[in-house]
Design a protein around this ligand. Structure first.
Ligand SMILES: Nc1ncnc2[nH]cnc12
Ligand SMILES: [Zn+2]
Length: 333
């Protein structure tokens, strides 16, 4: 706790809004929309939340999206996340949405945006959480499709701050998406991408050099290559690390083995995030609690993580500085 004993402000920078779909909400939306799921009850669905790798999670994550049909469904999901995140100390959230995952099952872009954007627009007033929205593109689908969706988002005036790249990583390198990122850059959009979650350290370098990303989602496999680590330290590239996610998807064996605090102490610009909190056992505050309990995270490390999260956000300077001022710690200055 900082000396004033108020909770430190955190920004959540790696969050898939579809990954906030709690089992209870999945079942409620299935009933509301008359969608048949292969689970008798919430407990049966909850038992399916056990994964062996990224793909085993993605299979369930995409299957559960079948219950999202109307703007109200997307709004309910988004509001539930913001309510829970605010209770856990999140003051700013940069959320990803996966437009292609909805388009391929016949849900138009307008439905997604009509649901998500009004809830984000009122979030600061209602929850004290400012927000930015990113359209994340599925790297296991063709770049041409992503380009077409980006054009439609831009033409529709969708209120997106930037683009990301997610889904199955290995075998789908950043080099497959250079035209997409060039187009987004020309539109003045912010650029982020998942890299080095399951894929090699070279994907992190390629995301920086070929796509021009300003922030890397995950990036933990950078640790396999000292030269990459040295570069990330020198350039202070923000890495949005997700400890509970990495354990749930077996990128890291146990939370006690998670490298995030060692990365922080090595000078990397790391932040802590929940990724898909409904699926991986917790929200941002649960991730921090796990680091405290299992890795002995100190108050100093917590304050540095808070400051990194605010500084690595795409917040306008005035709010960024106001939030940093709440962190009474040398690293926040
Ligand atoms: N952790 C993750 N990695 C890649 N794609 C995702 N989509 C949702 N969560 C993801
Ligand atoms: Zn992610």
């Amino acid at each position: 706790m900082n000396p004033t004993d108020t909770p430190l402000p955190f920004a959540e920078l790696h969050l898939h809004v579809e990954g906030t779909l709690e089992p209870e909400l999945v079942m409620a939306l299935a009933e509301r929309n008359a969608v048949t799921l292969p689970y008798d009850d919430v407990d049966a669905l909850r038992r399916a939340y056990s994964f062996t790798d990224l793909q085993s999670f993605l299979d369930l994550y995409y299957a559960n999206m079948a219950v999202l049909r109307t703007p109200e469904d997307f709004a309910d999901m988004t509001r539930a996340y913001l309510t829970r995140a605010a209770a856990g100390g999140v003051r700013h959230a940069e959320l990803m949405v996966d437009p292609q995952a909805h388009l391929v099952r016949g849900v138009p872009l307008e439905v997604v945006l009509e649901g998500v954007t009004p809830v984000l627009a009122t979030s600061e007033a209602e929850h004290g959480v400012s927000t930015l929205l990113f359209a994340a593109f599925l790297r296991d689908r063709p770049e041409d499709e992503a380009l077409e969706v980006l054009d439609r988002l831009v033409a529709a005036g969708a209120p997106i701050a930037g683009i990301g790249l997610d889904s199955a990583e290995v075998g789908h390198p950043p080099s497959d998406f250079t035209r997409l990122y060039a187009r987004a850059r020309a539109e003045g959009l912010r650029l982020i991408a998942h890299a080095g979650e399951e894929g090699p350290a070279s994907y992190v370098t390629d995301a920086l050099d070929l796509l021009g990303v300003q922030r890397v989602d995950h990036g933990i496999r950078s640790l396999d290559d000292d030269a990459v680590v040295e570069r990330l330290v020198a350039e202070q590239v923000p890495l949005t690390v997700c400890p509970l996610s990495n354990v749930a998807l077996r990128a890291v064996d146990r939370i006690e083995d998670h490298p995030v605090l060692a990365m922080l102490d090595r000078g990397l610009n790391v932040t802590v995030n929940s990724d898909d909190p409904a699926y991986f056992g917790g929200y941002l505050d649960d991730n921090l609690a796990a680091l405290e309990r299992s890795l002995g995270m100190t108050a100093d490390q917590r304050a540095r993580l808070a400051a990194n999260s605010i500084r690595s956000s795409f917040l306008p300077a005035a709010r960024r500085d106001a939030l940093l001022a709440e962190i009474d710690h040398p690293s926040a200055r």
